[in-house]
Write a protein that binds this ligand. Structure first.
Ligand code: CP
Length: 307
């Protein structure tokens, strides 16, 4: 199957076959990262701009590592060091970047829809590295890769996503991706953090974490996104941890082969106890490792050959 897309903007616009192709490609590229010389010439001569308007550790670093492992040339700019601080608009910034003829622009932005706007303005491939509360497609793809690697499939699995669903682009992209690949998704959290109508994406919602996780093959915990909340949605972190945090005690009701996931950054002792984050069921650092492989696959499929 040929990959015909110009951009990766959200999971909605990827078919089941395209997701399968990205995951298969990531599986085959993963071993490059364990070689003594972690580099192949696939993207030699290609220029990739990383344009991050919001902070990031995992996404930014893994995109840069992915591009370098494929021999692409990388350039990084951030909002605080770009001429956006002098009043330049995103559209003008995009036109100026385009004039330098990059092959791909990887954009993280606090406003939903910004990567979609950029993709309409430039000929380069645009990859959404997270836009506001809307989408984080490469996170969803690395999460699917991690589950497929551990469980052999997504089809038929029960996946619980717990926490601040309302402000989570990871939750939105994962609900769409997991259900597209045949998994059942249940959401759990305080009523103030589960948006009305989220069921239209194909997930069910409930409010008791102990009950919700009993049948789960996967439990994905989410951080409370205080930077996106306009008012307090829970009295205190201590109370949140008590009622919605995943602890060793809460986990006692879960299946023996359950996997614990978290997109990071984690807030230890709030949504997840340290002994769970570092415990035997946790695949949190496997998610991070697979982030490099998935981003290598995306860059390879978008830039590695004629479209
Ligand atoms: N998961 C994720 O997007 O992490 P960063 O914000 O550190 O990139």
């Amino acid at each position: 199957m040929k990959f015909e897309k110009k951009d990766i903007l959200d999971i909605e616009s990827l078919s089941r076959d395209e997701i399968g192709l990205i995951l298969d490609t990531a599986d085959s590229l993963k071993e490059i990262s364990s070689r003594a010389i972690k580099k192949v010439p696939t993207l030699r001569g290609k220029t990739i701009v990383h344009f991050f308007h919001e902070s990031s550790t995992r996404t930014r670093t893994s995109f840069e590592i992915a591009a370098k492992r494929l021999s692409g040339d990388t350039v990084s700019i951030s909002a605080s060091t770009s001429s956006i601080v002098k009043g330049e608009t995103l559209a003008d910034t995009a036109r100026n970047l385009e004039a330098m003829n990059p092959d791909a622009i990887i954009l993280r932005h606090k406003a939903a829809g910004t990567p979609h706007m950029l993709a309409r303005l430039v000929k380069s491939s645009v990859i959404n590295a997270g836009d506001g509360m809307h989408a984080h497609p490469t996170q969803a793809l690395l999460d699917m890769m991690t589950i497929r690697e551990r469980k052999g499939r997504l089809d038929g699995l029960n996946i619980v996503i717990a926490g601040d669903i309302a402000h989570s682009r990871v939750a939105r992209s994962n609900i769409v991706g997991f259900t597209k690949m045949g998994a059942r998704v249940s959401l759990v959290g305080p009523p103030t953090m589960i948006p009305q109508g989220i069921e239209t994406l194909g997930a069910s919602a409930s409010y008791d974490i102990k009950e919700a996780i009993g049948d789960a093959d996967i439990i994905m915990m989410l951080r409370i996104q205080k930077e996106r909340q306009e008012s307090f949605l829970f009295p205190s972190d201590r109370e949140y941890a008590r009622y919605f945090g995943l602890t060793a005690e809460t986990l006692a009701t879960a299946k023996d082969d359950v996997l614990i996931m978290h997109p990071g950054p984690i807030n230890r002792g709030v949504e997840i106890a340290p002994e769970v984050a570092d415990g035997p069921y946790s695949v949190i650092l496997e998610q991070v490792a697979n982030g490099v492989a998935v981003r290598m696959a995306i860059l390879y499929l978008l830039l590695g050959g004629p479209r």
